[in-house]
Design a binder for this molecule. Structure first.
Ligand code: HGY
Ligand code: MN
Ligand code: MN
Length: 403
C-alpha cells in the first residue's frame, strides 16, 4: 500500500508546480487543475470506481457494492485546486489518501454493504472566482446557479465560460449524489501545529471557526507623486495602509485573525498617487458574534481614516461562513476507534466538509500532522510516515462506517 500512495503522490507532484517558487498554481478550470481531475478519473477507472461529473466541476468516483442494499453512501475526498503558489498537501492529501484507503480496504477483504464515494470538489480555495468551496456549495445548494453565474475571475472571465473552455459541461445546481450520501469524512493536512504539539500523527476536527471575505474599495484622487504636496493629497493607499494596521491590531486584541493578502491598485504607477485601492480582508473569529464585532471595528476605523484622508470607502461582504460544529456522535465514534482515543481539535481553516456539515450531512474530518503548521505556502509539508498513518486511519474509519 505505501507504494501505491507514494506512486500517486509522485504522479501529482509536478502538475501545476512552479519551478521558480516550487509552489502550486492549480486554479479551477485551468489546465493544471483539470489535469489533476483527469488523473483522478484515471485512478478511479484503474480501481473500477464509477466516475461521475456533477456539472459543478466536481468529480466523484463510486465504489458500489454488487448488491445495492439501498443504504446511504459514505463519502470521502477533498479538493485538488490550490491557492495561488500553494502547498502540495492542502487538498491532494485527502484525495490521494481516499484512493489509498480504498486499496487498503480491498487488501483487507472488506466488502462494503453500501457505496463508498470519493469526491474531488472544485474551487475549494476560491482562488480564482473568489467564493471558497464553490463546487461543494453548488452541489448542496447553498450557492445558487444564478449567484455562481455572476462570478468573474480577476481577468473578467465568467465562471461558465471558464468551465466550458476547460472542457467541463456545466450543469450548475444541486447535485443528485447529495441525496444518496449518509455521511461525509474528509482527511486533510492540519493547517496548524496542534497535533505536533500533542505529538500525535492523526486527529479529528471538532469545529471550524466562522470566517468571511470582505472587499474594501478605497477611492481617492489620482495625482502627481512629485508636485502634489502631502497635505493636498486624497491618497487611498494611505487609507488602506491604516486600515491594514487597524485590522491587525483589532485581531490581536480579540484573539482573532485578520488578513489583507490580496490588493489591487489603480493605476499602479510608481510616480502617481493612486486613484483607487481594492483590498480583500479575510477575517476569522471563534464565534459568529466575535467575527461580526471584529469586522465592524475594522470597518469603523477604515471609515474614520477615510474621513481624515478625504477618500471614500465601499465595503462589500463577499462571503461569510458561520461556525460549523462537526457531527458529535460521528466524531466520537471515529475518535474512539483507537485507544487512547484520537484528539479532537478545532480549526480556523475552511473546508468542503464545513459546507456539507452546514447542509445537514453528518460530517467529520481527520487531520494529519503538519510539523511546522505552515499552509497556503510552498513550504507546507507532512511526513510520509504520518501520511501513511492517515491512510490507515481513514481506512479504519471507512470500514467502521460501512460495517
Ligand atoms: O481558506 C481556508 O481556510 C481554506 O484553506 N480554503
Ligand atoms: Mn483545503
Ligand atoms: Mn486551503
Amino acid at each position: 500500500m505505501p507504494e501505491d500512495f507514494e506512486r500517486m503522490w509522485a504522479d501529482l507532484d509536478p502538475v501545476g508546480r512552479s519551478a521558480r517558487t516550487t509552489g502550486y498554481f492549480r486554479q479551477p478550470f485551468t489546465s493544471a487543475e483539470r489535469e489533476c481531475h483527469a488523473w483522478f478519473v484515471e485512478q478511479c477507472e484503474r480501481r473500477g470506481l464509477r466516475v461521475e461529473h456533477d456539472g459543478n466541476g466536481n468529480t466523484l468516483g463510486w465504489w458500489e457494492p454488487a448488491l445495492d442494499t439501498g443504504e446511504p453512501a459514505v463519502l470521502t475526498g477533498s479538493h485538488l485546486d490550490s491557492v495561488v503558489d500553494g502547498g502540495a498537501y492542502d487538498g491532494p492529501l485527502g484525495v490521494v489518501s481516499a484512493l489509498a484507503a480504498i486499496d487498503v480496504l480491498r487488501d483487507r477483504g472488506v466488502q462494503p454493504g453500501r457505496a463508498i464515494g470519493v469526491a474531488v470538489f472544485a474551487e475549494e480555495e476560491g482562488s480564482r472566482f473568489g467564493l471558497a468551496c464553490l463546487g461543494s456549495r453548488l452541489a448542496v445548494g447553498t450557492t445558487t446557479p444564478e449567484r455562481a453565474a455572476e462570478l468573474r475571475d480577476p481577468d473578467g472571465v465568467a465562471l461558465l465560460d471558464a468551465m466550458i473552455a476547460a472542457g467541463v459541461d456545466p450543469g450548475l445546481g444541486r447535485s443528485g449524489w447529495v441525496d444518496r450520501v449518509g455521511c461525509y469524512l474528509e482527511l486533510h493536512v492540519e493547517q496548524g501545529r496542534d497535533l505536533d504539539l500533542r505529538d500525535e500523527p492523526v486527529g479529528l476536527a471538532s469545529a471550524i471557526w466562522p470566517h468571511g471575505r470582505y472587499r474594501f474599495d478605497f477611492t481617492g484622487q489620482a495625482n502627481h507623486a512629485g508636485t502634489t504636496a502631502m497635505p493636498d493629497r486624497h491618497d487611498p493607499m494611505l487609507t488602506y495602509a491604516m486600515t491594514a494596521l487597524a485590522a491587525n491590531k483589532q485581531a490581536r486584541l480579540a484573539g482573532a485573525r485578520a488578513t489583507f493578502g490580496r490588493i489591487d491598485v489603480g493605476p499602479n504607477a510608481t510616480n502617481a498617487v493612486p486613484s483607487r485601492v481594492t483590498a480583500w480582508l479575510d477575517a476569522r473569529s471563534a464565534s459568529d458574534e466575535a467575527l461580526a464585532t471584529l469586522v465592524a471595528a475594522i470597518e469603523q476605523q477604515a471609515r474614520d481614516r477615510a474621513g481624515r484622508d478625504g477618500t471614500a470607502l465601499e465595503l462589500t461582504v463577499e462571503s461569510v461562513s458561520p461556525a460549523v460544529r462537526f457531527d458529535v456522535p460521528l466524531t466520537e465514534r471515529l475518535a474512539s476507534l483507537t485507544d487512547p482515543r484520537r484528539p479532537v481539535i478545532p480549526t480556523a481553516a475552511g473546508h468542503d466538509a464545513g459546507v456539507l456539515a452546514a447542509a445537514g450531512i453528518p460530517t467529520a474530518m481527520l487531520f494529519v500532522r503538519n510539523p511546522t503548521g505552515v499552509s497556503h505556502s510552498p513550504a507546507e509539508h507532512a511526513g510520509m510516515a504520518d501520511c501513511l498513518l492517515g491512510v490507515e486511519a481513514l481506512a479504519d474509519c471507512l470500514a467502521e462506517l460501512v460495517s
